[in-house]
Design a protein around this ligand. Structure first.
Ligand code: GSH
Length: 304
């Protein structure tokens, strides 16, 4: 089945040059969502869909890998909105997720939305952060950052909060287990995500060694052993989503710049990356590693 959604002609967006590939026919300004029969069936069978986050062996996948979700959904991405783009019809009941295609925090929420199969319910509104529309700060989200979610006449921000908000307030498979020990561990790991980022980024300034970054990667290697993997809580969850965009960037950057393989001596991290790369809801948000490395070089090495 193919659903075509026409974007208001008020949009005068240009394509974000950072988009991994031109997947959107900007001339027609049409979003095309393709839903496979499997996905439609899953949605009809909502209770089963909710509980079937664990893949069956018959699928040939790891038992704890999320199946279906958005694996069967292919989405054409809209171009980023710029300073010349007209605002959308704000607070008209549409649920909008404002992101930047290059922002790892926004990517977390985008993955969450994809994993829950909410491509129809939550529309992506990419913002060009280098050429931001003034109305974004004035009318949508005064902190002027992405991600932000417009839902029920309110706009919320902060990626970790938004991931949880979407998980609890929308349909789709639950991305946090009920088990209290796992929930507690999830909170610890979500809290650590900030330290993880800071520790690794601060190691970029070190000349040759990556000892400081190593402590952060060792932390997550140990965390991955707590439950029967390959994911942090055993089964796929918000925790995996919170870390994935950052590991996606750190791995090729540290390899390129410091010739450091973050998976060497860390078999669980290697297995986790491999499993993450099988998840289509995540893969659809991923970038060309070379682009990521180039962006990080400009951002972090230029200042050293
Ligand atoms: N703590 C925020 C961080 C969001 C953030 O820093 N977003 C960046 C893009 S990656 C941004 O919007 N920067 C624009 C600016 O700071 O002006 C979250 O987790 O959502």
């Amino acid at each position: 089945m193919v659903v075509l959604v026409r974007v208001s002609s008020a949009f005068t967006a240009t394509r974000d040059p950072s988009l991994p590939s031109p997947r959107f026919p900007s001339s027609s300004q049409t979003l095309a969502f393709k839903f496979s029969r499997a996905y439609s069936l899953k949605r009809q069978l909502q209770p089963q869909f909710r509980s079937s986050i664990v893949a069956s062996n018959s699928s040939g996948l790891s038992p704890s890998r999320p199946r279906a979700m958005a694996a069967s959904v292919r989405e054409a991405l809209p171009p980023a909105l710029t300073s010349t783009s007209a605002p959308p019809n704000l607070f008209d009941g549409t649920t909008r997720l404002y992101i930047s295609y290059t922002c790892p925090y926004a990517q977390r929420v985008w993955i969450t939305r994809n994993c829950k199969g909410l491509q129809e319910k939550i529309q992506l509104f990419p913002i060009d952060l280098q050429d931001r529309p003034a109305w974004y700060k004035e009318k949508v989200y005064p902190p002027n950052k992405v991600p932000a979610l417009e839902h029920n006449n309110e706009v919320r921000g902060e990626s970790l909060d938004l991931m949880k908000y979407i998980d609890s307030n929308f349909e789709g498979p639950s991305l946090l287990p009920d088990d209290s020990a796992k929930r507690e561990f999830a909170e610890d790991l979500l809290t650590y995500a900030g330290t993880f980022y800071e520790t690794i980024v601060s190691s970029f300034k070190e000349d040759v060694n990556v000892i400081k970054a190593g402590t952060a990667f060792d932390y997550i290697e140990t965390a991955l052993s707590k439950f029967d993997g390959p994911f942090f809580l055993g089964q796929f969850s918000l925790v995996d989503i919170a870390y994935a965009p950052f590991v996606e960037r750190f791995q090729p950057f540290l390899m390129d710049v410091k010739n450091h393989d973050i998976t060497a001596g860390r078999p669980r991290l290697a297995a986790w990356i491999e499993e993450m790369n099988k998840i289509d809801a995540y893969k659809q948000t991923c970038h060309d590693p070379k682009e990521l490395v180039d962006r990080y070089k400009k951002r972090f090495l230029a200042r050293l």
